[in-house]
Ligand binder design. Structure first.
Ligand code: COA
Length: 260
């Protein structure tokens, strides 16, 4: 896969690293970058070699510093809604990849960059990462899912504080509020993220996918969410990996999962 604004590397262990690569613009998301993310994640979904994805930004300063602000001068009320819808659909594609996606946040994750990290299933931050939804300072609001995913992850009170003040928070505060799963030294970011992903990739792949789907439904009314969980539980019992996992436990050996 070759892109102008993304670097994609698929290693032999099935881990794909996608790097947003516009470091001179702090990896801000312009239309081309969003479109390339869309194409890239469609291809990663289809690629059977790929078992999980790490998403990061090029350079040491920024993960993604938001949507490209220079585009906003061209938008009006109608086109801005379509603009938000487009970004939302790309981020949905990431969230629904069917394989675990971890954001390795290596600096600024602001606006659309914070929202991009929120669309990933897990987030690992380097000590120098900074998070925020500064849109109100520009006269707008988060439009790539921030008003919906942020409160689901950190709760409404803290989400509103971040969105209404537009303030940036350091990685340590992001960890305190549950916005990120881990904070690590900058030079350990990729290794620690890879090791977290590997600990997921050791598990039964269909069970992992079903778990992600079920948890993504955790905002449904409880009764409906429990119905989704029971259905997924049933689907797991239709897999060979379930039989392998249980048999291996009973035989006191390590399971060998085949993803079927
Ligand atoms: N959109 C477009 N360009 C952006 C950008 C964005 N969201 N964020 C940074 N850039 C560009 C800058 O315009 C600058 O480009 P230039 O060198 O061609 O002038 C380059 O990236 C470097 O940014 P700069 O502002 O000089 O770096 P800094 O270290 O002084 O500040 C930030 C870093 C992240 C604090 C600052 O760039 C910023 O506030 N960016 C916007 C963040 C934001 O509001 N995001 C939400 C958008 S909805």
């Amino acid at each position: 896969m070759t892109f102008e604004t993304l670097l994609v590397d698929v290693a032999t262990d099935g881990v794909a690293v996608v790097t947003v690569n516009r470091p001179d613009k702090l990896n801000a998301l312009d239309r081309r970058t969003l479109d390339e993310l869309d194409t890239c994640f469609s291809a990663l979904a289809e690629d059977t070699r790929v078992r999980g994805v790490i998403l990061t930004g090029a350079g040491e300063k920024s993960f993604v510093a938001g949507a490209d602000i220079s585009q906003f001068t061209r938008l009006d009320a109608r086109t801005a809604t379509a603009f938000a819808r487009h970004g939302q659909s790309v981020f949905d594609r990431i969230e629904r990849l069917g394989k675990p996606v971890i954001a390795a946040v290596n600096g600024f994750a602001l606006g659309g960059g914070c929202e991009l990290a929120l669309a990933c299933h897990l987030r690992v931050a380097s000590e120098n990462a900074r998070f925020g939804q500064p849109e109100v300072g520009l006269g707008l609001l988060p439009g790539y899912g921030g008003t919906q995913r942020l409160p689901r992850i950190v709760g409404r009170g803290i989400a509103l504080e971040l969105i209404l003040t537009g303030s940036h928070i350091p990685a340590s505060r992001a960890y305190e509020i549950g916005l990120v799963n881990r904070v690590v030294a900058a030079d350990r970011l990729m290794d620690e993220t890879r090791s977290l992903l590997q600990s997921i990739l050791k598990q039964a792949p269909i069970a992992v996918e079903l778990s992600i789907d079920a948890v993504m439904n955790a905002d449904l009314p409880l009764e409906q969410g429990l119905a989704v969980e029971a259905l997924a539980f049933g689907q797991a019992f239709a897999t060979e990996d379930l039989r392998e996992g249980v048999t291996a436990f009973l035989e006191r050996r390590k399971p060998v999962f085949r993803g079927c």
